[in-house]
Design a binder for this molecule. Structure first.
Ligand code: PMP
Length: 407
């Protein structure tokens, strides 16, 4: 028995209460993006109705209000992840841009020919491609840390790959394709043991539990607001102050400068050095409301509820003939990737959608691990705390109908 009241929480999410294709919506695509509580929607509307103004220009009252809300959201995020200082929270467009920022700024200024970058074999393309781009420019290499058939990272293999040419170990906290929770504490420690930096892609972790970046001791931690009940197109780069301070700017423009002249330009301090141009002010303020929302719920109970949903779903999957689970690591978040034998994931996804059940199908931007498993992709049901066992039951009813149709 779990104490978390998902039925109560569902009321905070207006989108969940609609029919899709003639059936009540069952939203099981939370790893792609989570839904937004009314408080987040309202914060964005309030900003545009009452406070809309550019930030940091100190020109007038509206600008001051906008700036105050914008910076208080930064402080809220710093508290959420236990960053020592708000200036360690840099706004980006999302996880992808956060990684591109590090690869481009740190990578271009630090990497040299022969250097090695290690990423896990189950990474999202966002944590592979930016490294490949800078590696190609610098003559460095990007190598994959092996993953076994259950979707578990091979830590012994990582140990044997480490040497003093490894400059960066970049790894997901949780795999979006398989749900595997990686032992990031060990990964950070191992990276540091050879003097490498460690970037953790937290896009799939931070919506599920409280992350403590100082306890983790990672050099960078990156995530997207839209996967944690906030708006799309906004993300965070957390970094250690001394590393961020030493990094050159990523993009040039307004706000990121101290003084500009044609003789030479000097750059602003953290975090503004990395925030060129007018930011997504409404998004940041909406995200602040999402962080408030998260801080107000019992996150441990929410996590237990999600684990209950995962266990229930996986148990039902094992009892259902023809379902093959992809990703059976011992430690997983509430992601169930699977195949319905004899069918293509896309066909299954389409038939589920017709019955009001939203799942994701395809390679989940993790083509290398799909290739390793010799599959084109999976059907992925990913649960959030507003899902219920009734949602899982609807998924299996819909799968049953899909199977009758397809086989
Ligand atoms: N990394 C992981 C693990 C993800 O799940 C995602 C989103 N699917 C990303 C990176 C990219 O996030 P965004 O599209 O918000 O930049």
């Amino acid at each position: 028995p779990v104490s978390f009241d998902a039925d109560q929480v569902r009321r905070d999410f207006p989108i969940l209460h609609q029919d899709v294709n003639g059936h009540p919506l069952v939203y099981l695509d939370n790893a792609a993006t989570t839904q937004k509580p009314e408080a987040v929607i309202q914060a964005i509307v309030d900003y545009y109705r009452n406070d809309n103004s550019n930030v940091h220009r100190g020109a007038h009252t509206l600008a001051d209000r906008a700036t105050e809300k914008f910076e208080s959201a930064r402080a809220k995020v710093a508290t959420l992840i236990n960053a020592a200082e708000p200036r360690q929270v840099i706004w980006t467009r999302g996880t992808s841009e956060s990684i591109n920022l590090v690869a481009s700024s740190w990578g271009r200024s630090q990497l040299k020919a022969g250097d090695r970058i290690l990423v896990s074999a189950m990474e999202h393309h966002s944590n592979i491609v930016p490294w490949q781009m800078v590696a190609a420019e610098k003559g460095a290499t990007v190598e994959a840390i092996p993953v076994d058939d259950s979707g578990t990272l091979d830590l012994d293999a990582l140990c044997s790959m480490l040497d003093d040419r490894v400059r960066m170990v970049a790894c997901g906290h949780v795999s979006n394709a398989l749900g595997t929770i990686n032992p990031v504490e060990d990964i950070v420690r191992l990276a540091h043991s050879v003097g490498a930096l460690c970037l953790i892609d937290g896009a799939q972790a931070i919506s599920h539990w409280a992350v403590d970046v100082q306890a983790l001791d990672c050099d960078f931690y990156v995530f997207s607001a839209h996967k944690m009940f906030g708006p799309t197109g906004l993300g965070v780069l957390y970094g250690k102050v001394e590393i961020l301070d030493a990094m050159p700017p990523y993009q040039g423009g307004g706000e990121m400068i101290e003084t500009v002249s044609f003789e030479g330009t000097t750059y602003n301090q953290l975090p503004y050095k990395f925030e060129a141009g007018t930011p997504d002010i409404a998004g940041v303020i909406g995200f602040g409301a999402a962080v408030d929302y998260l801080q107000a719920i019992d996150r441990d109970a929410a996590a237990r509820h999600e684990q209950d949903l995962l266990e229930y779903a996986e148990q039902r999957a094992r009892e259902t003939p023809g379902i093959k689970l992809i990703g059976t690591a011992a430690r997983k978040t509430s992601v169930m990737s699977f195949l319905l034998e004899g069918t293509h994931p896309h066909d299954v996804g389409m038939l589920l959608d017709q019955q009001g059940v939203a799942v994701r199908t395809g390679n989940h931007c993790a083509q290398p691990i799909m290739d390793q498993f010799c599959i084109p992709g999976t059907v992925r049901a990913s649960f959030s705390f507003y899902n219920t066992r009734a949602d899982v039951d609807r998924l299996f009813e819909a799968l049953d109908k899909a199977r009758q149709f397809l086989l």
